[in-house]
Design a protein around this ligand. Structure first.
Ligand code: SF4
Length: 130
């Protein structure tokens, strides 16, 4: 979890995926790998697998779940089952769920409807539009 965020609408952020896969010679002296190993040695629960790609699925400690697909050139696809899984966990643990966008190369066209609805809950209020 980042200790402090410069994003105006939050104080901290946490990416539920840790680790990476070395894909090129440029990865040889990876700073993120060194940090992951250090945090593992320090006993951080988020780095129990050191630098192996790990999805931390236990979201109970979250105050807000915001989900969105990448957008712009080269955007990787987001799968509906991923979004629905996160939404299901948010509902189970009573965490506000915000679905920002499907993303892609034309995010306006792909929109933000999830099963026909807009989900824009926040910790301050829980509003679900249609
Ligand atoms: S985080 Fe490290 S291993 Fe992953 S792409 Fe960057 S340099 Fe390579």
């Amino acid at each position: 979890m980042a200790g402090k965020s410069t994003i105006e609408w939050t104080q901290v952020t946490w990416n539920p995926v840790t680790g990476c896969t070395k894909i090129s010679a440029g990865c040889k002296n990876c700073y993120a790998e060194r940090m992951a190993k250090r945090l593992h040695l320090m006993g951080s629960k988020h780095y129990i697998n050191e630098f192996a790609v790990t999805l931390h699925e236990d979201l109970r400690d979250m105050n807000w779940i915001i989900v969105g697909g990448e957008s712009g050139p080269g955007a990787r696809p987001i799968h509906q089952e991923w979004v629905e899984s996160l939404q299901k966990q948010a509902l189970k643990h009573d965490i506000p769920f915000f679905f920002k966008q499907w993303g892609g190369t034309n995010k306006k066209k792909s929109g933000k409807l999830l099963n026909g609805k807009v989900f824009q809950e926040s910790p301050a209020f829980a509003a679900i539009g249609t």
